[in-house]
Write a new protein. Structure first.
Length: 334
């Protein structure tokens, strides 16, 4: 398995900084995601940490906004300045929040969010006193999000979700800046429909030690986002690996949806042991945008549909997407 992942990683066109972050990834207790288990149903979840996982190396200059972080990521990824169409898309998907909560003298502020179909990028700023080195070791011991949405409450899906961090860094004034990523399963309905959300965080950790003790609850409204382009395929047969045997083979994905922020699809229950190999968006200029973490689990109480969500490194203008790569096979989306 390790050899397969190494070989595939070498074939993926990721930025050198992203590759370095992955090489330096260290396992900690925070690699485990939190998720709800309804009393009527035990939710099954696979944590999809592929290329830009739970930890991110500290880079020069802390971004002051989500847009600033995405701009830097695009330049690292493509080697060029972000096109205006790409900037416009991120602006459309980004909402200012500016809501804070204080506990034990420590203030956590949700600065802004970028909204996808089934995931959010959330820029958090945390006051306090920190060790200057290894900023990426900071994380919250507990985190969850309550979503008050008519569609989400109406579905019978398990409600699987995950949260990790794309970036952690210390600003010049000592404020800890964190870019968290929150992802829900495709059965929960689109977050772009809007709704009331409450982000609950407990104890800021430094590795496995408590750095700042407290509990913070931040309630905010997600405004509806205009419909974004979604490319759909009835089915797609792609390279995969059997998680039980490490055998390589093919698996058929159904109801495939590719949007500017993520990839969604459904598999038959008997195929849940198969893992798709590194979905990557291919753009018309040759740039490739890797998928990162996501969620995977049963979408129904009868356990017949196994749904997965992968999200991209950053939102992508779909007008310039030509295909999607799984390992060394590229499938046209045009």
């Amino acid at each position: 398995m390790k050899e397969l992942y190494r070989k595939t990683f070498d074939e993926v066109h990721a930025s050198e900084r992203l590759r370095e972050e992955v090489r330096n990834m260290k396992a900690t207790d925070r690699n485990a995601r939190k998720f709800r288990r309804p009393t009527a149903l035990v939710a099954v979840m696979i944590l999809l940490v592929v290329l830009a996982g739970t930890v991110a190396a500290v880079t020069a200059g802390v971004p002051g906004s989500i847009q600033g972080w995405f701009t830097r990521e695009w330049t690292d990824l493509s080697g060029e300045a972000m096109p205006q169409e790409q900037m416009d898309l991120i602006q459309e998907l980004t909402q200012s929040v500016g809501v804070s909560d204080t506990d034990s003298g420590v203030t956590v502020t949700l600065d802004s969010v970028t909204v996808g179909q089934n995931m959010l990028w959330m820029l958090l700023k945390v006051s306090g006193t920190y060790e200057a080195e290894e900023a990426w070791l900071y994380h919250f011991a507990d985190s969850e999000i309550d979503l008050d949405s008519e569609k989400a409450s109406a579905v019978s899906a398990p409600g699987i979700w995950s949260m990790d961090y794309a970036y952690q860094g210390l600003a010049e004034d000592g404020t800890l800046t964190m870019l968290a990523r929150f992802c829900v399963d495709s059965g929960m309905g689109s977050l772009q429909e809007g709704g009331r959300m409450t982000l609950v965080l407990g104890d800021l950790m430094y590795s496995d030690k408590v750095a700042l003790k407290g509990n913070w609850a931040i309630s905010f409204d997600l405004e509806p986002v205009e419909d974004q382009m979604i490319l759909t395929l009835e089915e797609l047969t792609v390279p995969a690996v059997d998680l039980d045997t490490d055998e390589q083979g093919m698996v058929t994905l159904h109801d495939v949806c590719v949007s500017s922020t993520e990839l969604q699809f459904v598999r038959a229950a008997e195929d849940q042991r198969w893992r798709e190999l590194f979905p990557t968006l291919v753009l018309e200029d040759g740039t490739e945008v890797c998928s990162t973490s996501g969620t995977s689990g049963f979408l129904d109480e009868a356990h017949t549909k196994w749904g997965s969500v992968f999200y991209w490194q950053l939102p992508v203008d779909m007008d310039h997407v030509t295909g999607i790569r799984f390992q060394d096979e590229v499938f046209s989306l045009r």
